[in-house]
Design a protein around this ligand. Structure first.
Ligand code: F6P
Length: 513
């Protein structure tokens, strides 16, 4: 697409922002919460602890206008080719439309995998020996793992989450662990892989197949379901057509939770809850598609990301969930943000003239307070952070929850205000930019809304930086190199093409094994 290709640093608003960032900000306090927080369905997003004022906000909105962000959003929803390098639209929003407006193929696939999930939940899906399936082993990696694992952890009651297991890592220790104490007669394997060419998933799926064979399973056909855009590879692996659920080509792996990849989530939480999750995400889609830039929450979060990254020097962004159930949010958002926007080439092919995605990291709180917060409070680097917390817990331990909430608010306050009193080693500089996302409670709808909010923030940031958030060519080189090294490790003595370090390590490995 020819549009949205103006380098951001050439825009007048960019220059204005650079000037504003160099001036000391007044840091007004009164009325900040009213000015800089917004509600969207079950989410309250409080940006009043960001390092922003009305001047900066208005220059950021000018940047959105000069970047033609509203047009880019319209293009996304219109199904334009937003993924230029793969010549595809990005259609994950189609997957969460309600039945009344969803496309026929989306409706049909949703019905198929939700029917299957309900059958498994009811104990009515039987394996080849006639025994009911009681466990799902989900094999997949990256986007075919992180979203489902997060959603199961966040939403499934303990009894249900025990019925599903995830296998992502190619490390045989993970494979052995996942299979330990499973009964092949009552296990269903969901092989989730958009391309079904992903090494980890192929190797693990093969290992699981052999595990069935070793257990003497007569016909494991009923024990495998594939979720993929590559039906041919599924067939070649031995999955029957009726056991194969499609994934659209136009949905990227890290945007695929809403597709049949969510089968495992639906087994854990049920059809109604899964549909609520879709509805929560759809509500955010509708907001993103229609709200003005000034009111558009994903856009505002993207503008803050640009402000923090490109003007205030933040090189990393911490995801701090004050909720045990959201402990997998940091790795999920690492893929969403870093695989989408970790790019240094613009959509026209020229180098990006600005920084793009920050390093995203984080961890479950309050554990982080006793580990990495020391650096956050007194280290030397600028960062930004999101605090995520629920007003109402799902347990009956109010004393715990009150302390959790108090710690969440205390940490963001300390990061903003710091402490100037006392000797140097006790001073805390403060001045860090943070956003707090407060969920009423962690319902399926609220989780759907939260994840869609981040998805659209990532898209909006990408449009301002002028990069394609929907491809991931940077991961290909390592895959190719692993192929030749794998051969050299096992059989091939011709290492002449290798660098000295790799040759040395190969020799040691051959000697030690
Ligand atoms: O290697 C990166 C990647 O392609 C991710 O984008 C994707 O989520 C993951 O691998 C898994 O891909 P697949 O679903 O095709 O197995």
């Amino acid at each position: 697409m020819a549009r949205h290709l103006r380098p951001p640093e050439t825009l007048a608003a960019w220059r204005r922002l650079a000037t504003l960032a160099a001036e000391p900000r007044a840091g007004e306090d009164e009325g900040r919460f009213a000015s800089f927080s917004r509600r969207l369905g079950p989410l309250l997003v409080d940006c009043s602890k960001e390092r922003i004022d009305q001047d900066a906000q208005s220059a950021l909105l000018d940047l959105a206008a000069q970047s033609e962000l509203a047009d880019a959003i319209a293009d996304l929803f219109a199904g334009a080719i937003v993924n230029d390098t793969e010549n595809r639209p990005a259609s994950h929003m189609e997957l969460r439309k309600p039945a009344a407006t969803a496309k026929r193929d989306v409706r049909e696939t949703r019905k198929r995998f939700l029917d299957l999930a309900e059958k498994i939940r009811a104990g009515a899906y039987r394996g080849s020996s006639g025994k009911a399936i009681d466990t799902v082993l989900h094999v997949g990696i990256g986007g075919s793992h992180l979203g489902p694992a997060l959603a199961v952890d966040a939403l499934a009651p303990a009894t249900a989450s025990r019925r599903v297991r995830f296998l992502a890592n190619i490390d045989g220790a993970a494979t052995a662990n996942a299979l330990a104490d499973l009964d092949p007669a009552t296990t269903l394997v969901v092989v989730a892989s958009k391309g079904l060419t992903t090494l980890e998933t192929k190797v693990n799926a093969e290992a699981v197949k052999q595990w069935f064979a070793a257990a003497g399973a007569r016909d494991p056909t009923r024990h495998f379901v594939a979720v993929t855009a590559n039906g041919e590879a599924a067939r070649a692996f031995g999955v029957a057509d009726e056991q194969c659920l499609p994934m659209p080509d136009s949905v990227g792996g890290r945007y695929s939770l809403w597709s049949a990849v969510g089968l495992t989530v639906a087994v854990a939480i049920g059809r109604a809850a899964f549909e609520d999750m879709l509805a929560g995400a759809h509500e955010v889609d509708a907001h993103f598609a229609s709200a003005s830039m000034r009111e558009n929450l994903p856009v505002l979060l993207a503008l803050l990301q640009v402000w923090n990254t490109n003007f205030l020097g933040a090189s990393s962004h911490a995801i701090l969930p004050y909720d045990h159930r959201l402990r997998l949010l940091p790795p999920y958002l690492q893929q969403l943000e870093m695989e989408s926007n970790g790019k240094s080439t613009r959509r026209g092919g020229e180098p990006a003239g600005t920084h793009t995605a920050p390093i995203v990291w984080g961890g479950e709180e309050t554990g982080g307070q006793h580990a990495f917060h020391q650096l956050l409070h007194q280290g030397t680097r600028a960062f930004s952070a999101d605090f995520i917390v629920c007003a109402r817990p799902d347990h009956n331990l109010p004393a715990n929850h009150d302390w959790l909430l108090a710690n969440c608010l205390a940490q963001s306050k300390a990061m903003r205000e710091g402490r100037s009193a006392g000797p140097a080693h006790k001073r805390v500089p403060g001045g860090h930019a943070t956003t707090t996302i407060l969920l009423d409670e962690l319902t399926p709808g609220a989780l759907g809304a939260l994840l869609a909010l981040y998805e659209h923030k990532v898209f909006s940031s990408a449009m301002i930086w002028g990069i394609n958030p929907f491809d991931q060519w940077g991961v290909e080189l390592g895959k190719t190199l692993a192929d030749s090294i794998h051969k050299q490790l096992r059989t091939d003595d011709d290492w002449s093409g290798q660098d000295d370090s790799t040759r040395g390590l190969l020799a040691e490995l051959r000697r030690l094994r």
